[in-house]
Design a protein around this ligand. Structure first.
Ligand code: SF4
Length: 433
């Protein structure tokens, strides 16, 4: 979304105006995502829908990760203009502004040129936002954003995710800054390093100055976005905690939202992060556990053991109840047993997280997971996904009603069993198709 805003800004700066009616647009920019098969399919549907709604001589340009992640399928299905995150300069070329290609040097390549993201809208849900308000806000946005109406591919996404995406549009006063791009992880299901390369961090001084400027302009909610925010600074000799310390020195009333803090960074930055939470400015942390099973995490090559990460999460939950924590789980990873699935479910039922996304496992071209033995039948993957979503639904209901399960003091939690069982564990069906 942040990169997308950058492209929109570039186009607008060349005399174009935004129109809510796609049928009268001269240029249509279609943002895609292919990090899961479901999102890839939704992106193809969106491309098709936009093509059929645009006028005949409109220039339809596809951007985002899809062309980089699944080029074969993309080339089979799309003959029009496109570019990827690593050749963004093509946008200038496609629009006939070849001499401006250098504007698309990323800020990582040219820190002196920081364009885009200025008006990017992003907000994060809070545990105290009642569902009713969230629904009302989302419906309002549905009304306003004809892009999100049925027929554009978004309907393939689960409802909770749809609402989350839509609600991200709700607060125009927010500001998102992409602190780094790419990832040094080796997760076997993920193709982000393939599409975006290894971590490249924006210089700390540049981020701090940009945030200072935004706070002075009245921005109150700042999202630090990244493919792997915990890795921030690894290529320039610093780290996320050092960056947060500097940001906290900026005078003014504002709050911070941290995206994509991979769990392995708890092991290196955990205590430092908690010191930062204690300052009260950080409102949101997204930390994708992906699975509660040690053996699945090993096969995913996630780089952490669940028993090392959970104490940090529980300690954070009990010490900072107002910090909104979100997570993500993958259902049906190759070789996942019923016991493995129950381990994920048990963690969800602990009510550690305020928001959880569940993705059904899907193979991504070029991802190592294809070689892993034990691929599950589609029906079973979907059933496991449904089961985890059900667990999340009830966990969310408890949170919304203020009945969050009590997290015990961190000292004791260090000694609690790895996957505490409920007295009558809910069975995960093996196959029900
Ligand atoms: S840490 Fe995140 S972005 Fe990096 S490889 Fe793993 S899943 Fe992908």
């Amino acid at each position: 979304m942040v990169l997308y805003q950058r492209y929109v800004d570039f186009i607008l700066s060349h005399g174009y105006e935004k129109t809510p009616h796609i049928g009268e647009a001269d240029v249509v920019l279609v943002d895609t995502c292919a990090s899961t098969e479901m999102q890839e399919n939704a992106s193809f549907d969106l491309m098709q829908a936009e093509q059929s709604r645009a006028k005949k001589d409109a220039k339809i340009i596809v951007c985002g990760c899809l062309p980089a992640i699944n080029p074969e399928k993309f080339n089979r299905r799309w003959q029009g203009d496109f570019f990827t995150p690593s050749n963004q300069f093509m946008l200038a070329r496609i629009l006939g502004f070849d001499h401006e290609e250098e504007k698309f040097l990323t800020p990582y390549e040219n820190p002196g040129r920081f364009m885009g993201a200025e008006d990017a809208k992003a907000s994060t849900l809070h545990s105290h936002v009642p569902l009713v308000r969230l629904f009302a806000r989302s419906l309002l946005e549905l009304h306003r954003l004809n892009n999100w109406l049925p027929g554009n591919g978004l309907e393939r996404l689960p409802w909770a995710q749809r609402l989350f995406i839509i609600s991200q549009q709700c607060n125009a006063k927010n500001y998102t800054i992409n602190i780094s791009q790419g990832c040094i992880g080796e997760c076997t299901f993920c193709v982000i390093p393939k599409a975006k390369g290894r971590t490249r961090s924006l210089p700390m001084g540049l981020i701090v100055e940009k945030i200072r400027e935004k706070v002075q302009e009245g921005v109150r909610h700042l999202t630090l976005s990244s493919d792997d925010s915990g890795a921030y600074g690894i290529d320039i000799g610093t780290n996320l905690v050092e960056l947060l310390k500097k940001i906290h020195e900026i005078p003014g009333e504002f709050h911070l939202y941290i995206n994509c803090f991979d769990p392995r960074w708890w092991l290196r930055l955990g205590d430092g992060m908690k010191d930062m939470f204690a300052l009260g400015k950080i409102r949101y942390l997204q930390c994708a556990l992906q699975s509660g099973s040690p053996s699945v995490l090993r096969r995913m090559k996630r780089g952490y053991r669940i028993e090392d990460v959970l104490p940090h999460l529980r300690d954070t939950r009990s010490r900072f109840p107002n910090l909104v924590m979100a997570s993500q789980f993958i259902a049906g990873f190759p070789g996942e047993t019923g016991e493995d699935a129950r381990a994920s479910q048990t963690i969800i039922e602990e009510d550690l997280f305020d928001h959880i996304f569940v993705f059904d496992f899907s193979h991504r071209p070029g991802a190592e997971a294809a070689e892993i033995e034990g691929h599950l039948p589609q029906g079973l993957i979907k059933e496991r996904g449904r089961q985890l979503r059900r667990a999340w639904f009830w966990s969310n209901a408890r949170i919304q009603l203020g009945l969050r399960r009590k997290v015990k003091p961190s000292d004791n939690l260090m000694r609690t069993p790895l996957v505490p069982r409920r007295s009558q564990p809910q069975e995960i069906p093996l196959l029900s198709v």
